[in-house]
Write a protein that binds this ligand. Structure first.
Ligand SMILES: [Zn+2]
Length: 287
């Protein structure tokens, strides 16, 4: 599986939005900048392996025994963890499943099962991974040689990962208005959905979009006719491209979890805002 697929940055819109490096379109550039970032980030060795758990608040939460649980505990990864992770292929969803299994100490009052970790929303999984990363290597991330869009200089930046906004669920119903007055009810993907969506290594963008819609499109209503169609692969394929894109953009723009793709810093030299889009996957690729 390729890195850019795993990074899965939600940017389905082929129009692109700015000068940011999009890992899906510009893999070599993204990979080079990420490698540079990680070469610096991995700097000092972690403290001796006696990690104590740190509280990590889930942006959304998971239902356990009828209650929404948002309290989780994570811990710093140790040498033993590193050995365990070494047995799993890098850049695979399994790698991140393993990271969570090792680094998440508790969900609510108990240790999480592997199944519960997969049932978490992607945004909650990303938030936990971000906290495990911070507990293991600290919250500073060095980004070296970033091209400033204002003055074109190559600039080094230090990003504080702890400052990344973590968003909860959007207010109100998660619906998208389609053409002809139809209303799509959607839900945000979980770890299980992510596994399904990324299962085919060689899938095209269109196929990946269909796999996502197959899981995350709950149903489509035509209120004027009282008709409801269930979401599935067939429904996803029959949707018009514009409607598909509208749903995907809604899911991208409103996704809960760390908003690392929106990261920007100001270049002191010229005052320009410099976009530094990161996926949570990026910050672990060199582990
Ligand atoms: Zn500048």
């Amino acid at each position: 599986m390729s890195t850019e697929k795993l990074a899965y940055n939600w940017n389905f819109d082929d129009q692109g939005t700015g000068p940011a490096i999009n890992p899906m379109e510009n893999a070599p550039a993204a990979s080079a900048s990420v490698q540079q970032v990680l070469a610096d980030a991995a700097g000092p060795a972690p403290a001796p392996p006696t990690p104590s758990p740190t509280l990590s608040l889930l942006p959304v939460g998971i239902e356990i025994d009828g209650k929404t649980v948002r309290d989780a505990e994570i811990r710093e990864l140790t040498g033993a963890d590193e050995e365990a992770i070494d047995r799993v292929h890098r850049n695979s969803l399994k790698f991140f499943d393993k990271l969570l299994q090792l680094g998440v100490v508790s969900l609510g009052d108990a240790a999480p099962s592997a199944a519960q970790l997969k049932q978490l929303y992607v945004g909650d999984r990303d938030s936990l991974m971000l906290d495990i990363r911070i507990a293991t290597f600290g919250s500073e991330l060095e980004m070296v040689g970033v091209r400033c869009p204002g003055c074109q200089d190559l600039v080094d930046f230090t990003v504080d990962l702890a400052s990344i906004e973590r968003r909860g669920m959007p207010e109100g119903p998660t619906t998208v208005e389609l053409r002809d007055g139809r209303i799509a009810t959607v839900r945000f993907p979980t770890g299980e959905d992510q596994e399904h969506i990324l299962a085919e290594a060689d899938a095209t963008t269109g196929q990946t979009n269909t796999r996502l819609l197959e899981r995350c499109l709950v149903h489509i209503d035509l209120p004027s006719a009282g008709i409801r169609v269930a979401g599935n692969a067939d429904t996803a394929r029959k949707l018009g491209i514009a409607d598909r894109r509208k749903i995907l953009m809604y899911l991208a723009d409103n996704a809960p979890g760390p908003q690392a793709m929106d990261l920007t810093v100001e270049h002191d030299g010229c005052g320009a805002e410099v976009p530094l889009p990161l996926t949570v996957a990026d910050i672990f690729l060199d582990l």
